[in-house]
Unconditional design. Structure first.
Length: 584
């Protein structure tokens, strides 16, 4: 049966060296201005962090014109910026219906100081730092010798006092059976929605030990909604300006192709992007008049490397993968947090607690969630041959001749020989073709089949093939052949004549966060210290009814704990609720 598959080629109309799109026409500018701008909110486990702790965050991305979840960007970014206005860390977050989540570890390499936590999409960069979510973070690194920045004497009248945060308990509330609990006791938390469909939405819930160290940062969805109410609704760019493209179809990859001899841009050449692995991705793009190409990665992929090569063995080309320009953070301003002398004992105790908790981190692992599986054959069922089931031959070509009677090298006269796979004729009147096969080794596209004739077949575990016809990048192919090696790492040694293997930044992995449980039956954790400060973390809770129940356990740390619900209804209304419980 013939199956004709067309892979979308993304054309970069006019890209400059900065790889930002240049607006050339009034019609184009008008279309771009019709695309709504976005805004981002981050609910997180700060604002005071110690070395050896994790910051957990939930990200909400909104359409500024409707105040509802944005369906524009499929990717967002979270960044940590220091007082020198350097981006210390940046993470890429995949969005699902405008929501994402992640975490990062505060290592001892990050010095004490005042930091900014930023949240944004690539589209938001067009309107500058005022469009971007900002919150203040304080990092305390007790293992650092130099702490002078924090130890400056502070007048008593300048000390931080707790602010009253606006709440909305009329829509959503959190209920407990009591307010005082023992160590390692089970707590049953009930979320109650009093407003029916008006309360439906997505919320974040955290139960966290109340900070003894006060920081002048208390963010909430209500404060965010007020602060960003009048944010820009469209991009402000004009004709001839460079703009940051929205990542609507997935993560943006772009680069350039130039002639190695003249260093001039190469126009109209097909660039093949391979993300190797068992579940490989294969994308095609074409270079524009400036030699630029770009493509989008929408599916989940496993490898953090991409092989980019020109599908033309005749020329002599240089391929480069470019990075997206960074957000301009030069206009950020920072809080001036100071330590009080009475914080000394709190810092010492919290640091010891963190060290003990981290010693037993392996006993409390998070689970990494696998993304949606990739079907590289697009619904086709491949024929798979495992070479250990047959007499082995020395080379790849010999293996095709002796074992696979449906695929082999075709003499191409004065041109290079190529691999062709027998057609799977749907009817007797179907035209015969001489198209080459798509050939991949461990997911790496092989444009020149001559180069792998003598590939050591002893490295090959299996060969899979599809006999359907494919059309990709305006070129016809007869079948697809995938070679899988035992090591699965062919990309590490592959040297493309007109290509490059480059590292790409993967989105943070989705996790099911570890939830501590105690049981009279299971004594696994009885002798393991429990110094959790964050007792419950639910980054995105979907409310579609009147009640939800949660169970979690207290730790060995006594004191006051804040219970916080923060999020938005499906109509975009901000909801914030907070109360306290105590562990004795």
């Amino acid at each position: 049966m013939r199956r004709l598959v067309t892979i979308l080629i993304l054309f970069a109309a006019i890209l400059q060296a900065t790889s930002q799109y240049v607006v050339r026409g009034n019609d184009e500018l008008e279309s771009l201005k019709k695309l709504p701008q976005e805004k981002v909110y981050l609910h997180h486990s700060g604002p005071v962090l110690f070395s050896g702790e994790y910051l957990y965050y939930a990200l909400y991305c909104f359409n500024t014109q409707t105040n509802k979840a944005s369906n524009i960007s499929t990717v967002a970014y979270v960044a940590l910026v220091n007082e020198a206005k350097e981006i210390v860390l940046e993470q890429k977050i995949k969005l699902d219906k405008g929501m994402g989540k992640g975490d990062f570890f505060v290592s001892t390499d990050i010095p004490s100081g005042n930091y900014k936590l930023l949240g944004y999409s690539n589209w938001m960069k067009n309107n500058g730092i005022t469009q971007v979510f900002q919150d203040d973070l304080v990092v305390i690194n007790p293992y650092q010798v130099e702490q002078a920045k924090f130890l400056t004497e502070v007048p008593e009248e300048a000390l931080i006092s707790e602010r009253e945060v606006k709440m909305d308990s009329a829509t959503i509330s959190l209920l407990f059976d009591k307010t005082n609990y023992s160590k390692r006791e089970s707590i049953n938390l009930k979320l109650r929605n009093y407003k029916g469909p008006s309360g439906y939405g997505n919320y974040s819930i955290r139960v966290q030990k109340k900070e003894g160290i006060q920081s002048d940062s208390e963010n909430s969805s209500i404060e965010f909604a007020n602060a960003f109410f009048n944010v820009e609704k469209t991009i402000e760019n004009q004709l001839g300006d460079n703009i940051f493209l929205p990542e609507q179809r997935g993560e943006l990859l772009y680069g350039t192709v130039t002639d190695k001899n003249s260093n001039e841009p190469v126009t109209g050449e097909t660039v093949v992007v391979s993300i190797p692995g068992g579940e490989f991705l294969l994308k095609f793009a074409k270079t524009d008049t400036e030699g630029n190409f770009y493509s989008y990665l929408k599916k989940d992929y496993q490898q953090s490397n991409a092989v980019l090569q020109v599908d033309n063995s005749e020329g002599d080309y240089k391929v480069e993968l470019k990075k997206l320009p960074e957000l301009d953070v030069s206009k950020l301003s920072f809080n001036d947090f100071k330590l009080k002398k009475e914080y000394l004992e709190l810092i010492r105790k919290r640091s010891i607690d963190n060290q003990l908790e981290n010693q037993f981190f392996a006993a409390k692992p998070d689970s990494i969630l696998l993304g949606d599986p990739i079907d590289p054959f697009d619904g086709g069922i491949p024929e798979v041959v495992y070479l250990d089931d047959y007499t082995r031959f020395k080379t790849f070509e010999e293996t095709l001749v002796e074992i696979l009677n449906k695929a082999g090298y075709r003499n191409n006269g004065n041109e290079r020989d190529y691999i062709r796979i027998l057609q799977d004729f749907e009817k007797v009147t179907e035209d015969y073709n001489d198209y080459p096969a798509i050939v991949l080794i461990d997911g790496v596209f092989i444009p020149n089949h001559e180069e792998i004739r003598d590939f050591d077949a002893r490295q090959i575990e299996s060969i899979s093939l599809i006999r359907d016809q494919f059309r990709m990048a305006d070129k016809d192919y007869q079948g697809m052949l995938l070679v899988k090696t035992f090591e699965g790492n062919y990309y590490e040694t592959y040297q493309a004549k007109n290509g490059v293997t480059a590292e790409i930044t993967k989105p943070v992995v989705n996790k099911n966060y570890f939830k501590q449980r105690y049981s009279e039956i299971d004594s696994t954790y009885d002798r393991i210290p429990d110094y959790r400060r964050l007792l419950l973390w639910e980054p995105h809770v979907s409310v579609e009814g009147n009640e939800l129940d949660f169970e979690f356990f207290t730790s060995d740390l006594e004191g006051e704990y804040e219970v916080i619900l923060d999020g938005f209804t499906s109509y975009g209304k901000p909801i914030y609720f907070s109360k306290s419980i105590w562990i004795e």
